[in-house]
Design a binder for this molecule. Structure first.
Ligand code: DP6
Length: 344
């Protein structure tokens, strides 16, 4: 029995992935750019027992999967967790051409109740640990493609550190070649992501449903026309380390994603009153000279992007806002790594 453990971080997109050509395999309708985080991670141990399965079972039915909490005790799983992981393990086993069963234990470093997306970090860590346990060393391109095939498109970006674009500029967007590339390492530009937690339960509408409905919004076609210009501006802002240039575009892109969501059929409202309180406060702080800009994923929490040296002040101000239940101070990070700290 071979075993491997990987830690992979979540990421926050500056130009967001919203809408897919192929939802099952997460082939996006347009590119996205993100920053890989450092503290918000998934930690996954996978053991592979090769050839331990009789022909009838063919492996899948015998895989065992547990989500554990900080103390190592089994934790309640979000809806669809088990089914999505089993499907991905099966896909990895078939890709590797192996027979055998997996044992998986996984843990998230960010609060389970924080309502933050854990599928990008989770599927990235699972892909790396499961393939390593089968004795395979993946290239970055292969890890991005395989993580993407989990159906969590943002997982394709989490296998790389620093600033990441997915798919690569100019790349043919098909299942064989749709993968992420690095735009710059984390050391290039120390930015922070200070997360204001305003919602603690699981989100009401999954990103998958959001992608599915995106095309029903009359504003989606306009978004597709605007995205290429934004990608160019974000690449430039990263290159030049220009936080104002980046901030204006990332706020615009996030608001637009929510405009599309709110005008989809049926509509999706991720915002809560406290989300608006944070968005408004961040705009006000900018007038006082703070370089902070807001973005939101498919949920009510607000991610505030700012230079690392301004992160403590931003965190303090966010924590004092009404409706903010907690704050996570994260920053750009180097991406996934294999570790010796096995979960079983
Ligand atoms: C709004 O399909 O990757 O975060 O599997 O839930 O992580 P999960 O979502 P995924 O869509 C991500 C949607 C987004 C924008 C983004 O990260 O680009």
């Amino acid at each position: 029995m071979a075993k491997a453990t990987a830690i992979a971080p979540a990421n926050i997109a500056f130009v967001k992935y919203w809408g897919a050509k192929d939802l099952e395999r997460a082939i996006p309708l347009h590119p996205s750019i993100s920053m890989t985080l450092d503290r918000c991670c998934s930690h996954s141990t996978v053991a592979f027992d090769e050839g331990s399965v009789d022909d009838a079972a063919k492996g899948a039915g015998q895989d065992s999967i547990t989500l554990v909490d900080e103390a190592g005790a089994p934790a309640p799983t979000p809806p669809g967790f088990d089914r999505r992981i089993r499907r991905h393990l099966d896909l990895l086993r078939q890709w590797a051409g192996k027979e055998g069963s997996f044992r998986v234990a996984t843990r998230n470093s960010f609060p389970a109740a924080a309502g933050m997306a854990s599928s990008a970090s989770g599927f990235s860590a699972l892909t790396l640990a499961a393939t390593k346990a089968m004795g395979i060393d993946l290239s970055e391109k292969e890890s991005s493609i395989l993580a993407r095939r989990s159906g969590s498109g943002s997982a394709a970006r989490s296998v790389l550190g620093g600033y990441v674009e997915w798919p690569a500029p100019g790349q043919a967007v098909d299942d064989e070649s749709c993968h992420a590339v690095s735009l710059a390492p984390a050391s290039h530009w120390p930015l922070a992501d200070v997360v204001a937690l305003v919602e603690t339960g699981p989100k009401e509408v999954s990103s998958l449903d959001g992608h599915r409905r995106a095309g029903t919004s009359p504003h989606f076609a306009a978004r597709l026309e605007l995205v290429p210009g934004r990608l160019a501006q974000v690449r430039e802002a990263i290159q030049e380390k220009d936080v104002e240039k980046l901030g204006v575009v990332l706020e615009e892109d996030a608001i637009e994603l929510h405009l599309v969501a709110m005008s989809s059929r049926p509509p999706i409202f991720y915002w809560k009153p406290a989300s608006l309180t944070v968005l408004e406060a961040v705009r006000r702080w900018r007038e006082e000279g703070i370089h902070a800009y807001s973005t939101m994923d498919a949920g009510a929490n607000v991610h505030v992007i700012c230079p690392l040296e301004e992160s403590p002040a931003v965190a303090e101000r966010l924590a004092a806002l009404p409706g903010v239940d907690g704050v996570i101070e994260d920053r750009v990070g180097d991406g996934p790594r294999f570790v010796g700290e096995d979960l079983f």
